[in-house]
Every structure is written in structure tokens, then in C-alpha cells.
Design a protein around this ligand. Structure first.
Ligand code: SDX
Length: 435
């Protein structure tokens, strides 16, 4: 479908013998929108769009996806160029402030983030309450929400300065909490951040260093991890970002809103797909079993889906998946992994699926989660950490969208309506009269 820029100023809705003009607003790129904000007041009717397949929930200037062309822009810059030329903190600055930083602005931003990477020492006691086999995503939902307890008294969201500090704190502390969740799950001591390391090298060291020996971060793996963070940073109004916006619309503090976003991201249809995709590739096990799973994915009576395939918006190849596939090969080469059976299965599964009529007709292509699992597993992360890494990277997108919503003068508390098809009014029946 072509992105519609109709040029029309209004749409006409006719119901019976009545008509109403609904304003049309054009975007800079992408589909126009029909403004239905006054529809209920004018017509007494609601619109109906479960899953919001045709509904714009807000106006935003941050990220744009052209699903038909497989294009992803952060503040107008193509994801391929940002991943190739910059680092994750540059992307964070761009998403938060709308422009690429000058050298001085970048240095100042890096300095500020670096000096907020430590968490309150009491957080280490908070972790002791979890079982060692707790899923790291459960720990992340809890510990990020718990940051409200440490900073709630200084998070006046009506104060731009405090919103900025909360944003920097969130971006800075997510790697530390993510590394703590990993260390806790493998019974190793927490590793503190080091201010002389860049953001992503600091994270890898907090994950993989041990007190008994020095740990040298591989520049190739750090660059690959940094690129993976850039690919996952933001993605318009996806389920978890919409969750953060809705939570934030009530005035909840940013830490509680990000915790809500982490909870939503955990689902296998969303950010949990990278963990599910790797489990699927392991279950398939060998290229000979691929046809069996392709048939299951096409069987309406079988709930099985090809994890890492399909997307609500992309009806072409997810541009992030292409970069992810290249990064996967770079990481495997750096680690000297010549032939990874899971990669063999993934490449053959993609080849077969992309030539199968079912997937072609439904425009199902690999998405970002298809190759990320193989890469992260090769880097040494357990599958339970995959969605934690997604949440770490997406935090800047959540915070940027939350900030845009708070600063939007037209924003109000989100409160959707419904199509009610339940019981009509009836009187209470005494217990003695119930059958
Ligand atoms: C992410 O929104 C975002 O931007 C998300 C994300 C981000 O960066 O925030 O990009 C990250 O969540 C990527 C998606 C990760 N999820 C998966 O890989 C899980 C597998 N994919 C599907 O569950 C599904 O494709 C979704 C959830 C991603 C999209 O679901 P939609 O848009 O609601 O599409 P749908 O379920 O209505 O599917 C349309 C048709 C259906 O068949 P029909 O009912 O029309 O006959 O395609 C079929 C589906 O059965 N289909 C699949 C399929 N995905 C869709 N069939 C087999 N395997 C699949 N993966």
C-alpha cells in the first residue's frame, strides 16, 4: 500500500441521513490521519479497532517505519547509517533531543550517563529476595519498578530538569541492573561499573568479569553489542511503548512506567520472541526437520508460529534483521565459530519460508528477533537474558516517547472506550432463588 498523502482536508462520514465532516491531518511522511476525537460527541458512536491496526494513538516526531519498503528512521536518519557510523549513546542523544550531538554535546552526554551507572547499594539487598532461578525479566520488572522507591521523592515529572535526570538515570542504570540480574542467576558476585569504559564495554565487563582475574572486553564484541542496542532502541508505538505512554498519561513516575514497558515486552509475541526464536531453532534442531515446522506454522489448528517471523508493520524485510544477520556472522567469525548448527537451520528456514506461498502471500519476513538469539547465545548470554538485552536497549525509546508525551500540551490520560456486548441491566437474585 502506498503511504497515503491525500491532500484532502476532511473525510465525510455518512450514517443514514446524517453526515459529518472529520478533519484530516497530514504527516510529514506516511499515512494521513482522520481525526475522530469529536466523533462520539457528534455521532454518539465509537470507532472499533482491537489491536489498533488502523489507529494512530498519538502524534510523534521520533521514529518512522515504512513497513512496505522496509524503512526505519530515527529522527529522520536511516537505521543502517546510524548503526554503521555512530554508537548507542549517540543514538540515545538523537532520540531524546531530536538532533545528532556535536562532539562537545556527545562528550557531555557520555560523561553524564557514565556517572549515573551505579545503583543504590540497597538494591543488592533487594536482589537477595529472589530465587537464583528467577527469570531475569521478572527481576528487571521488579528492580526497575523498585527504583521508584529510591528516586520517587525527586521525580516531579512536571519539572523538566527532574525529567532529564530521571531519563539519564534510567538509561545509565539499566545495564547495571541487567548485569546484576545475570550475575545473580549464575551465582556470581556483582561487578561494579567502571567509569573509564564506554557504555557497552562497561556492560559486557559487568556481565562477564569475575573478581579473580582481569577481564578484557573484545572491541569486536563490544561494537557488535553496541550495534544490537542501536537496532533495538525505538520502534514507533509498539506494544511496550504504548504501555509506557498509557502508564505515563496518568502521571505515574518514569521508573514505574518503564517497569510496565518491561512487563509488556516480555511477551513472546513481542520482545520475548528472541528467546522463543532460539528455542524454536533448537527444537527444529536440523535442516531436515524444517518442512515439518513450516507445515505446523501454516496449520490453522496448530498454535505454533515461526518465532522471529512476521510483523504488524513490516510487510517487507525488517531492515534491522538484515543488519542483525550481518552482525551474527561477524560475531561468529570473531569467536572462531565456524559452523553453528542453529545458524544453518536459521538460514535454511529463512530460505524455505521466503519461497513458500503462505509466507509470501501473508508478507511474513524475518524480524529483528530471528537472528538476534543466535548472536547473543554465541556472545555467552543464556536465552533467558535475550529479552533483558532488548529491554536495556529499548529503555531510551520508552523514555524518549514518555518525555514527548509529557511535553505534548494536548496529552490527556489515555482512556479507551469499548463495544459492550454483555448482559443488559437486570435485578439481583437472592441465593434461595438461584437455580
Ligand atoms: C517485535 O510492533 C513492533 O514494532 C514490535 C517490535 C519492536 O521493535 O518493538 O518490532 C519487536 O515484537 C517483533 C515481532 C516479534 N514477534 C514474533 O516474531 C512472534 C511471531 N510473530 C507473530 O506472532 C506475528 O507476526 C506478530 C505478533 C509479530 C504480528 O501479529 P499481527 O500483526 O497481529 O499479525 P497476525 O497475527 O494477524 O498475522 C497475520 C496472519 C495470520 O494468519 P490469518 O489469520 O490471516 O490466516 O499471518 C499469520 C497469522 O496466523 N502469521 C504467522 C506468523 N505471523 C503471522 N503465521 C506463522 N508464523 C508467524 N510468525
Amino acid at each position: 500500500m502506498d503511504a497515503t498523502n491525500t491532500g484532502a482536508k476532511a473525510a465525510k462520514l455518512t450514517v443514514g441521513d446524517k453526515s459529518w465532516d472529520l478533519p484530516i491531518h497530514p504527516g510529514t511522511i506516511g499515512p494521513d490521519v482522520v481525526d475522530i476525537a469529536k466523533l462520539y460527541g457528534q455521532t454518539g458512536m465509537f470507532t472499533y479497532d482491537p489491536g489498533f491496526t488502523s489507529t494512530a494513538s498519538c502524534e510523534s516526531k521520533i521514529t518512522y517505519i515504512d513497513g512496505d519498503e522496509g524503512v526505519l528512521l530515527y529522527r529522520g536518519y536511516p537505521i543502517e547509517q546510524l548503526a554503521e557510523n555512530g554508537d548507542f549513546l549517540e543514538t540515545c542523544y538523537l532520540l531524546l533531543y531530536g538532533e545528532l550531538p556535536t562532539a562537545a554535546q556527545k562528550a557531555d552526554f557520555d560523561y553524564s550517563v557514565t556517572r549515573h551507572t551505579m545503583v543504590h547499594e540497597q538494591m543488592t539487598r533487594f536482589f537477595q529476595g529472589f530465587r537464583r532461578d528467577a527469570h531475569p525479566m521478572a527481576i528487571m520488572v521488579a528492580s526497575v519498578g523498585a527504583l521508584s522507591a529510591f528516586y520517587h521523592d525527586s521525580t516531579d515529572i512536571s519539572d523538566p530538569q527532574q525529567r532529564l535526570i530521571a531519563s539519564i538515570r534510567m538509561i545509565a542504570k539499566m545495564p547495571t541492573l541487567a548485569a546484576m540480574a545475570y550475575k545473580y542467576s549464575i551465582g556470581q558476585p556483582f561487578v561494579y561499573p567502571k567509569n573509564d569504559l564506554d557504555y557497552t564495554s562497561n556492560f559486557l565487563r559487568m556481565c562477564f568479569a569475575v573478581p579473580c582475574e582481569d577481564y578484557k572486553v573484545s572491541p569486536v564484541l563490544s561494537k557488535a553489542m553496541d550495534k544490537i542496542f542501536i537496532l533495538h532502541a525505538d520502534h514507533e508505538q509498539n506494544a511496550s511503548t504504548s504501555t509506557v505512554r498509557l502508564a505515563g498519561s496518568s502521571g505515574a513516575n518514569p521508573f514505574a512506567c518503564i517497569a510496565a514497558g518491561i512487563a509488556c515486552l516480555w511477551g513472546p509475541a513481542h520482545g520475548g520472541a528472541n528467546e522463543a526464536a532460539l528455542k524454536m531453532l533448537s527444537e527444529i534442531g536440523h535442516v531436515d526437520r524444517i518442512p515439518e515446522f513450516i507445515n505446523r506454522a501454516k496449520d490453522k489448528n496448530d498454535p505454533f508460529r515461526l518465532m522471529g517471523f512476521g510483523h504488524r508493520v513490516y510487510k517487507n524485510y525488517d531492515p534491522r534483521a538484515k543488519i542483525m544477520q550481518r552482525t551474527c556472522h561477524e560475531v561468529l567469525a570473531e569467536l572462531g565459530i565456524k559452523d553453528d548448527p542453529l545458524l544453518d537451520v536459521a538460514v535454511e528456514l529463512e530460505r524455505i519460508a521466503l519461497s513458500d506461498d503462505y509466507f509470501v502471500e501473508k508478507k511474513l519476513y524475518p524480524n529483528i528477533d530471528f537472528y538476534s538469539g543466535i548472536t547473543l547465545k554465541a556472545m555467552g548470554f543464556p536465552t533467558t537474558m535475550f529479552t533483558v538485552l532488548f529491554a536495556l536497549a529499548r529503555t531510551v525509546g520508552w523514555i524518549g516517547q514518555w518525555k514527548e508525551m509529557i511535553e505534548d500540551p494536548s496529552q490527556r490520560i489515555g482512556r479507551p472506550r469499548q463495544l459492550y456486548t454483555g448482559a443488559t441491566q437486570r435485578d439481583y437474585t437472592a441465593m434461595s432463588k438461584r437455580r
